[in-house]
Design a protein around this ligand. Structure first.
Ligand SMILES: [Cu+2]
Length: 170
């Protein structure tokens, strides 16, 4: 926030400095101001942030540390998925889907394969993160869908039955 405010201040200074200058300079300043407005709008979005850890190093023990996520309708959701594993077989993502579609989408995602990062083009997918290697963190941002109940899961083959949870938009 501080950084943005400072940037806007610099832009205003730029406008003052260039206001007596050529049209070209004024145009450049206007573009700069417009960029700042877009950035400021990003900041004013109603973000709801969650850190989800993917724990475990074997199939039976792997899990998300968070299995219920609730957000308000109209908000923007930022999920930081932290892969806490160290075993090279522990690759994880986080995929939000329509309620009741978890199993069907999971099967499609396995078929989609590694080149698609195990993400199908199903219309039941609300949002899907990249795969996180062990020790890696990936961030997923999306606008909350309409009020209702949803599910989330890891679509890496064999994981969706255990690595899953519920997503509520209220
Ligand atoms: Cu997984």
């Amino acid at each position: 926030m501080k950084k943005i405010t400072t940037s806007i201040a610099y832009s205003l200074i730029a406008v003052l400095l260039f206001s007596c200058g050529s049209d070209k300079k004024e145009t450049e300043s206007n573009v700069e101001i417009e960029t700042q407005i877009v950035e400021a709008t990003e900041v004013t979005k109603n973000w709801e942030e969650f850190t989800v850890k993917a724990l475990g190093n074997t199939m039976p023990e792997m899990k998300y540390d968070l299995t219920n996520i609730s957000v308000k309708e109209g908000s923007w959701v930022r999920i930081k998925l932290v892969n806490d594993g160290i075993d090279p077989s522990m690759l994880h993502n986080i995929v939000f889907v329509n309620y009741g579609k978890r199993k069907a989408v999971a099967a499609e995602c396995v078929t989609a394969g590694p080149t698609k990062q195990f993400i199908s083009n199903s219309s039941d997918i609300i949002a899907a993160s990249d795969l996180a290697d062990p020790g890696q963190t990936v961030t997923l941002e999306f606008k909350a869908p309409s009020k209702g109940n949803y599910e989330f899961m890891c679509t890496y083959p064999g994981h969706s039955g255990i690595m899953r949870g519920y997503f509520f938009v209220k």
